[in-house]
Write a protein that binds this ligand. Structure first.
Ligand SMILES: Nc1ncnc2c1ncn2[C@@H]1O[C@H](COP(=O)(O)OP(=O)(O)OP(=O)(O)O)[C@@H](O)[C@H]1O
Ligand SMILES: [Mg+2]
Length: 288
């Protein structure tokens, strides 16, 4: 099994997908980075290896925890062999805390707080909340269950299954991260279908990586929460902040879906971002 010289059948923002024959695929994680759904020309050294390693780790944990998924085996440092799925065009967001777009929507009256949640940025929900967003549009838009049913993206039974499986995955990733001093604030999951494997949706894509999850440093949480402040996370936050505040993206930025051709990041921003991804990997894998 080799991907040398063969052409990807799909190039996502971050991953290249190759046909491995026999209904299987190779998912190769590149060092590409996207921010606000815009793919930068800059790359982040080691990012692909971190994503592959951390995702493989979680997919195996989750398999043992009873949620069947697409993982077969690691192929090399930045690639894994998976079962091919027909992806469901909906992303699942599991939130443990009131933060990010949920906090923004809450302030505008567009997010219902679970009973017992404190009305403060970064508040922990008494129970994790599951939401859905579109996958095939340039930027993610929340969708409700009625829209999913109406578009026949999932059946009611599939929605039930996906909600329960996602909560289970969230708990497994959360408990593992806690051992490394990391809080799992929220994460995104994707499911697909493969009737040869199971008659329920199969968890696919990446699980518990710094690209798909918002990880916080547990030791800094209480202090930041007390003042209603931001929680630094183990991901591309430096990149986003740099683009917003040093590159003027807070006023104007390229359209979602754009692939940039000119590098924008300073060597310092790149190095700090690599360091954050590597630290997340160290803490998550060492915790196991
Ligand atoms: N087991 C699988 N079978 C088929 N497709 C998969 C599987 N696991 C993940 N995928 C898809 O492979 C792609 C991975 O690439 P990547 O994560 O870079 O994409 P993305 O930028 O998130 O989305 P897009 O592909 O829309 O650009 C995604 O489209 C994802 O849905
Ligand atoms: Mg993706």
């Amino acid at each position: 099994m080799t991907i040398d010289g063969s052409k990807p059948i799909h190039m996502g923002k971050v991953r290249n997908v190759y046909d491995a024959g026999d209904g299987k695929l190779i998912l190769e994680s590149s060092d590409r980075i996207s921010a606000f759904d815009i793919v930068l020309a800059d790359t982040i050294p080691y990012k692909g290896q971190v994503l592959n390693d951390v995702s493989a780790h979680h997919l195996q944990l989750v398999n043992r925890g009873g949620v069947p998924n697409h993982y077969v085996t690691k192929a090399d440092d930045r690639s894994m062999l998976v079962y091919g799925l027909a992806m469901i065009p909906v992303e699942v967001i599991i939130r443990g805390y009131l933060y990010g777009s949920a906090w923004d929507r809450y302030k505008k009256g567009g997010f219902a707080l679970p009973h017992g949640t404190e009305q403060r940025k970064g508040a922990k929900f008494p129970r994790a909340v599951v939401e859905f967003t579109t996958k095939l549009e340039a930027s993610d838009r929340p969708v409700d269950i009625n829209e999913i049913l109406r578009n026949e993206w999932m059946t009611a039974d599939e929605i039930d299954y996906v909600i329960n499986a996602s909560l289970r995955v969230h708990k497994i990733v959360e408990e593992n991260a806690a051992k490394g001093g990391i809080l799992l604030a929220d994460q995104k999951l994707e499911f697909g279908r493969n009737i040869n494997l199971a008659n329920v949706p199969i968890l696919g894509d990446e699980v518990g990586t710094p690209d798909s999850s918002r990880f916080w440093d547990a030791s800094l949480y209480a202090e930041n929460y007390a003042v209603g402040g931001d929680q630094p996370s183990f991901d591309k936050q430096y990149v986003r902040d740099y683009l917003l505040h040093e590159r003027g993206w807070d006023k104007q930025r390229p359209k979602a879906g754009t692939h940039l051709t000119e590098p924008l990041l300073t060597p310092e921003v790149v190095a700090r971002t690599t360091e954050k991804y590597l630290e997340a990997q160290r803490r998550i894998i060492a915790a196991a």
